[in-house]
Design a protein around this ligand. Structure first.
Ligand code: CDP
Ligand code: MG
Length: 763
């Protein structure tokens, strides 16, 4: 039934597009070569013109580089738009050729798997086709994304294509930010938000079609939604359709899980990508990434560069270093063209994010430094070079240690292939892998382990229990997590009082499930009402939810640290954050105040927004429980109460100063597993004396296991506020080593009897 003519014209269309691109590239290259030649000629004739004028000192260059970076990072759009009309752009996407076939399949099936290369138009187009086809008259069309950035940036793009403002016909919902209205018919949202909606309305009656996008990412929320939506679609008998889209080909498994539904392929347009490996393993991948960028920029033909790094800090430092190096280089060699340096990561303000999608001005080159978000969730046009150091930061949970930590680990081969594929979207490209071929073939795992098999599941299980799914061990996951991981989560919920001895959700647990956040945080929030300090705890938690309040520019690190120290509370970082928030909201000119105090203003405004959302949740909770008085209460300066509230949630994250304590090292041991952990140098408790017991917010493993956001506590509080977990040790029963500790975790996570007790209630 395929129309040979149709496919012919398609080839011709892409072919000619490619030809004309190749032509302009050749022309540009020729122009650049001529310019360089003229410049060299001039230098030969007259001597280097740069030697005749007074050259700026290295410091001056660095300073102007810093200013340049400031300018670049201040969201200055370079105001260039693609010369194709929106209609032309939409019609040039591979998915457009398959529009009718796709819609027919949606009409005929309740479940459909769609597989297609990144950039073929799945995310931005399919929702619009569905709306055009009339599905929006039966309900909202939703499309989930594992990442917030993807949800917001795609919503903006689609709103632009539709010709409306974001929040009107096209909107988005991410945690603590709802940009939709009753007009909204296409809604992009994080998978976590849809999971929460399923808690309130298991049949998701609002929706006519739900597209679970980026399914190959296998986030916990997407995995849970697989199971929940499968049931909802069957229950609604044709009233709800489910489309699962993925960039990889593991589609048979998906199809089997969804009642053997059809799999629809969209061929992307891809060009060959040449891959280079390093001969030896790289010791410092950041350093070599920077060198490779500069090398590509100075020696290779035009085309933008994409570099994969692991996180925000790394990306920011790399950006600064690159801008600085480029300024030095261009002062030496003025013929080197300008390099536009752009970061992209989840916590980047959305105005900044949109800049990466703007076409690069001619004669310049852009380099985008990205986290693995650019692997599949966002597509940047014009990338010809990919630099892949081969690492990714993941949140991993060790059920034996009972610890969550962010670790940087090698990527999988599937990820490496996705990354290199990014170079072949606009034309034949090059990927520089900063690892050896041997590492790729023999050291990297073939596929990434789904999150559900490696992360802490307590939030997910609380959610399932709140939906009335008691038998979590028998829940129909596509890939079942290890039983130990589920048992650990049940145990954690038990010690937090969310479950009773039989694994049944308690009243307290129901209240916890009301908050869209990790159980440790929701417990802290609810306890803060008892402690009469909820107003302050809400602020601290809002501050904890925004990344990086403090700004440490490379040039002024010492000054920034000195100013930051003014906010330090000697009882710890949670209170330091409260200090910052209070001072900021009291400031007459908050913007100036932020500048003077090296604080990110955007983060502060975001914290205020999160605070507002949390207040709303408290308000809803009060209404639901018919409380006459607001449960938002201020402790009026009695800040010990705040610390106590955090102990009642975070008691598991407690640590005691190590016997061999060295204040410079800040060495501690966790109370639960006796693991060595350290005070992070950014903490207000770093190098402080007399801090015997602490609780921490997170652990981050870099060269050491570091505690982040730490607060000093009184060990008595652990006994008082976590009686299910701690007891005073019976000294006659303890080894001499243990005797020095006095506190002993009550719960033995490795005792099968205890586990049995919790799992008993499952059927
Ligand atoms: O979902 P899939 O990877 O198949 O593609 P998409 O995200 O729908 O992207 C289709 C096109 O829209 C690409 O060429 C993107 O560059 C463009 N796009 C954009 O310009 N701005 C965005 N925020 C998202 C996509
Ligand atoms: Mg997509």
């Amino acid at each position: 039934t395929k129309n040979p003519e149709g496919s012919m014209t398609r080839v011709a269309q892409y072919g000619s597009k490619f030809m004309s691109e190749a032509k302009t590239r050749k022309l540009e290259k020729k122009k650049e070569e001529e310019r360089n030649k003229r410049l060299e000629e001039k230098i030969r004739m007259n001597g280097d013109p740069l030697n005749q004028i007074t050259r700026p000192t290295e410091n001056e260059i660095k300073k102007s580089a810093y200013e340049e970076w400031q300018r670049q990072s201040k969201n200055q759009s370079y105001g260039i738009r693609s010369n194709m009309s929106i209609k032309e752009q939409r019609e040039s996407l591979p998915v457009y050729q398959k529009r009718d076939e796709l819609l027919r399949l949606v009409q005929q099936n309740d479940f459909l798997i769609v597989v297609g290369e990144t950039g073929s138009g799945k995310t931005t187009q399919i929702t619009q086709y569905l709306a055009e086809e009339g599905y929006s008259s039966k309900g909202v069309i939703a499309c989930t994304q594992p990442r917030r950035v993807a949800a917001t940036s795609v919503a903006k793009r689609v709103a632009q294509e539709v010709g409306c403002k974001v929040g009107e016909e096209v909107g988005y919902t991410i945690r603590f930010e709802d940009c939709t209205s009753n007009k909204t018919i296409i809604k992009y949202m994080t998978d976590g938000m849809l999971q929460r909606e399923a808690l309130v309305d298991p049949d998701l009656m609002k929706y006519s079609v739900i597209m679970l996008d980026e399914a190959h990412e296998r986030t916990i929320a997407t995995d849970v939604l697989f199971a929940l939506l499968r049931e909802a679609v069957i229950r609604r008998k044709g009233g709800l359709k489910l489309i699962v889209t993925s960039a990889t080909l593991d589609s048979q498994k998906f199809s089997r899980y969804f009642e053997n539904c059809p799999v629809f392929h969209i061929e992307g347009r891809t060009f060959p990508v040449k891959i280079f490996y390093t001969k030896e393993p790289e010791l410092d991948y950041i350093q070599s990434s920077i060198e490779t960028v500069i090398d590509v920029h100075t020696n290779n033909p035009p085309g933008d560069i994409l570099v994969f790094l692991t996180g925000k800090e790394e990306i920011d430092t790399c950006c600064e270093t690159l801008v600085e190096k480029m300024s030095l280089l261009r002062a030496e060699k003025p013929h080197v063209s300008e390099l536009i340096v752009l970061p992209i990561y989840s916590s980047l303000p959305s105005e900044m994010q949109s800049r990466i999608f703007e076409p690069t001005p001619s004669g310049k080159r852009k380099v985008v430094l990205a986290t693995n978000i650019a692997e599949t969730s966002v597509t940047i046009d014009g990338i010809y070079y990919v630099i892949d150091p081969g690492y990714v930061k993941v949140n991993a949970y060790d059920p034996k240690l009972g610890m969550d930590s962010l670790i940087v680990q090698p990527i999988s081969r599937a990820q490496a292939d996705q990354r290199s594929g990014r170079a072949g979207r606009t034309g034949p490209g090059i990927c520089y892998r900063l690892y050896t071929k041997n590492a790729y073939l023999n050291e990297m795992p073939a596929n990434t382990v789904p999150e559900i098999q490696r992360q802490n599941l307590s939030y997910t299980i609380l959610m399932l229990k709140a939906m009335g799914i008691d038998d979590v061990l028998g829940f129909n996951f596509m890939d079942r997590p290890k039983e130990q991981l589920i048992l650990t989560a049940l145990e954690e919920l038990y010690i937090l009082d969310a479950l009773d001895e039989n694994g049944v959700l308690t009243e307290f647990g129901k209240r916890m499930a009301f908050f869209p956040m990790e159980p440790l945080l929701s417990k802290t929030l609810i306890q803060s009402i008892e402690f009469k300090c909820s107003d302050e705890v809400i602020t601290v938690i809002a501050m904890l939810s925004v990344p990086d309040i403090f700004y440490r520019p490379k040039e002024k690190r010492d000054e920034a640290d000195r100013i930051k120290a003014k906010f330090h509370d000697y009882n710890g970082d949670h209170l330091t954050l409260l200090n910052v928030y209070n001072k900021w909201s009291d400031a007459d000119n908050p913007r100036l105040w932020c500048q003077n105090n090296f604080i990110h203003e955007k983060s502060m405004r975001r914290a205020r927004e999160v605070r507002r959302q949390l207040l709303k949740i408290f308000d809803n909770l009060d209404k639901r429980e018919r409380q006459a008085e607001s449960s938002v209460i201020s402790c009026r300066g009695n800040w010990d109460l705040i610390r106590k509230a955090f102990v009642s949630g975070f008691f598991k994250n407690s640590a005691k100063r190590a016997a061999t304590h060295d204040p410079d090292e800040g060495s501690y041991r966790t109370l639960v597993e006796n693991t060595p952990v350290h005070i992070h140098p950014s903490s207000s408790l770093f190098r402080k004396h007399g801090v015997d017991y602490v609780i921490y917010h997170t652990l981050v493993l870099t060269n050491k296991e570091y505690m982040h956001c730490i607060t000093k506590i009184d060990p008595k509080w652990l006994l008082m506020y976590a009686p299910r977990f701690f007891k005073t040790a019976d000294s006659s029963q303890l080894s001499t080593k243990k005797k020095t500790e006095k506190l002993q975790p009550l719960f033995n996570r490795n005792d099968p009897k205890e586990n049995w007790r919790l799992s008993k209630g499952r059927r």
